[in-house]
Ligand binder design. Structure first.
Ligand SMILES: [Fe+2]
Length: 195
């Protein structure tokens, strides 16, 4: 199957299949268009465009089989599939064999796009109600404002500062695109005040 070329020269997926290279090329093209524009509305538009490509990958059995295979015992759930040396974004595969319940968190200075490739995630969104200082550090006090289910093909954009908490009772496979490698970022200090 040969990829098609769009008018601006980007490689587009065909027949609902997408390769890692195609996905990386599409993400890079969108981010290059955004450039150093820090306007949140412009960024959100670009991230929404990227999320459509992430959804395509989540729904592509071949992509999931190639890049989201079951982890061996002791192997990290997280694999960085692609890290862009120029733009800094990462495409990651996360494969959880067991239940996983995360606390409310943000991604520091980065955005992230979560795509559900297998299984089900119950995601909650939180908003900052207040802040306090604890041992000289600023702590965000957050309240839950929304809870929603993510099924295969569902994708959600978490912009810079968006606070969320995932909950998974059964095995899941996820594709995550991150503005920068989240292994290296510092997250905000957050305390849940109504869970
Ligand atoms: Fe997150």
């Amino acid at each position: 199957m040969s990829p098609s070329m769009s008018q601006n020269g980007n490689i587009n997926p065909t027949n609902n299949a997408i390769s890692l290279k195609q996905l990386a090329t599409l993400v890079a093209a969108e981010l290059a268009e955004l450039g150093d524009n820090t306007d949140p509305v412009a960024r959100k538009k670009v991230l929404q465009a990227i999320s459509q490509h992430v959804s395509t990958a989540c729904l592509d059995d071949g992509f999931v089989a190639r890049h989201l295979s079951a982890r061996a015992e002791g192997q990290s759930v997280r694999e960085v599939l692609h890290e862009d040396s120029e733009l800094g974004f990462c495409i990651c595969g996360h494969v959880y064999a067991d239940a996983a319940h995360g606390n409310a968190h943000d991604h520091g200075p980065s955005w992230a796009i979560y795509g559900q490739a297998e299984g089900e995630t119950v995601m909650s969104d939180w908003k900052v109600e207040n802040t306090k200082t604890d041992n000289g550090q600023s702590v965000k006090l957050v309240k839950k404002v929304d809870t929603y289910k993510m099924m295969r093909g569902d994708v959600h954009v978490y912009d810079i500062g968006d606070i969320h908490s995932p909950s998974r009772d059964l095995p899941v496979k996820l594709i995550r695109v991150e503005g920068e490698n989240l292994d290296h970022i510092e997250r905000s200090k957050i305390k849940q005040i109504d869970d």
